[in-house]
Design a protein around this ligand. Structure first.
Ligand code: 5AD
Ligand code: SF4
Length: 440
């Protein structure tokens, strides 16, 4: 049996796609391996979101070129967003590449592998309006046996001006809710205790059938009802679409986690307009107030881009003040990276010098570290239910788990098992973790 090694870069959606690819190759007589050295075929599932994400993959492909010199029959495939964005150019750029497969063409992988058997190159990069890999049961890769992703929709049509995703992942489409529900039930029966529903904009999930519509809030509710022992999370929400109905649903189920990732990108109305985000600073603040009204202990994280086209210090300060106002528990922070063919690349100048972007980014990172620390300090003395996910990396006799608010807690191992729920009282913290003790 030929062995396939899959390496994944980028977002959770890519992780989930790799698990679909794993299922497809296994079904077609290949074996998955976690050892690069054993592989007959290497698949790299790639990300295009920022230039440095692509650069990382290109460096990796150069390493594979060397590997191929030692192992001439080795085949290398590029999957995902870079495959879709660069298409055949990837063959020219890197000699090690044999196969190119875009995000909607994974079902073609077995036939593409047959084609490359005789030393040819093969590519499939058509985007689809329908493909959701609905009935494929993913192979859980690198799983802790407790948490799993379920992809509920694909694609994105928001066209934020900076973003490459609508070009690499195509039209938005939702998956039949019954197949999602079955996948969730199956995971629960296998011992999984936490499911994260994934989509580029989960709030626009919609399944229509015989005049009846199922929206995201309804889907969440159906999944939450599988068992009170099954935690449900979701990612990512677009602030323009997050609804009161969804917030109320989250509030009314203990097992829907009190954690919302709500990417703000910028706190400046001028930037938000230029980014084509379709909300204002005030709209965003209203959404945060709505969340806090129904779920006072909800934690909130965000994504921030610094140094977008023409961003002034005033715009930047608007972002800083927004961060303080919300008091984010966590943030993913990035320098703006111009992506070819996006609206911003076509219409605006990428005019903030790299050093200035980085200076602003560092300022943002410092503020966020303080905010995260403050948020953790507030948790000292409180009790939380924690789902145990694994062993602590730092210490043999400690375990770690997460609170509903998605914060990592470290505590003594005793005789707890991964997948158990325990009640923990927080004793200390750093800006990144809580340290707790089991209580009854
Ligand atoms: N440059 C920098 N960051 C970007 N993101 C998306 N596109 C870009 C870009 N061109 C960020 C956004 C998004 C997150 C997934 O990545 O903050 O929410
Ligand atoms: Fe995920 Fe976007 Fe990166 Fe594609 S470009 S892998 S959708 S983050």
């Amino acid at each position: 049996m030929k062995k396939v090694f899959i390496e994944t870069y980028g977002c959770q959606m890519n992780q989930s796609d790799s698990e679909i690819v794993g299922a497809i190759v296994e079904k077609n007589g290949y074996e998955l391996t976690t050892e690069l050295e054993d592989a007959d075929i290497i698949f790299v599932n790639t990300c295009s979101i920022r230039e440095n994400a692509e650069q990382r993959v290109k460096n990796r492909l150069s390493q594979f070129e060397n590997l191929k010199k030692k192992k001439p029959n080795l085949k290398v495939g590029v999957l995902g967003c870079m495959a879709e964005r660069l298409k055949d150019d990837l063959f020219k750029e890197n000699k090690s590449v044999d196969i190119i497969v875009g995000p909607d063409s994974y079902r073609d992988i077995p036939s593409l592998l047959d084609e490359v058997e005789n030393g040819q190159k093969a590519a499939s990069v058509l985007l689809s309006k329908e493909e959701t890999y609905s009935e494929i049961i993913p192979v859980r890769l690198g799983s802790n046996g407790v948490s799993a992703f379920i992809s509920i929709m694909r694609g994105c049509e928001n066209f934020c001006s900076y973003c490459v995703v609508p070009f690499t992942r195509g039209k938005e489409r939702s998956r039949d809710y019954r197949t999602i529900l079955n996948e969730a039930k199956d995971l629960f029966e296998k011992g999984y205790r936490e499911i994260t529903l994934l989509g580029q904009n989960v709030n626009s999930y919609r399944w229509e059938e015989e005049g009846k519509t199922t929206n995201f809030a309804q889907l969440m509710e159906m999944i939450a009802k599988i068992s009170p022992l099954l935690r449900v999370r979701f990612s990512t929400s677009h602030p323009k679409d997050i609804s009161e109905e969804l917030i109320k649903t989250i509030a009314s189920y203990d097992n829907i986690c009190n954690y919302i990732h709500l990417p703000v990108q910028s706190g400046s109305n001028r930037m938000l307009e230029k980014m084509n985000r379709k909300y204002t600073r005030e709209d965003y603040m209203n959404k945060i107030e709505m969340i806090k009204k129904y779920i006072p202990d909800c934690s909130i994280s965000t994504d921030i881009i610094t140094g977008f086209c023409s961003e002034t210090l005033e715009d930047h300060n608007d972002t800083l003040s927004m961060m303080e106002w919300v008091g984010y528990d966590y943030a993913f922070m990035f320098n703006y990276s111009q992506r070819p063919n996006t609206i911003a690349a076509k219409k605006f100048e990428d005019d903030i010098p790299a050093e200035e972007k980085t200076r602003r980014l560092e300022e943002i990172i410092v503020i966020q570290r303080e905010l995260s620390h403050k948020s953790n300090i507030k948790d000292i003395g409180k009790e939380f239910e924690v789902l145990i996910e694994g062993k602590s990396k730092r210490s043999e006799d400690k375990l770690f788990g997460r609170t509903s608010q998605n914060k990592v807690v470290i505590f003594d191992k005793e005789d707890f098992k991964i997948g158990d729920y325990i009640k923990v009282k927080i004793k200390e913290c750093t800006s990144a973790t809580l340290i707790g003790e089991k209580v009854n």
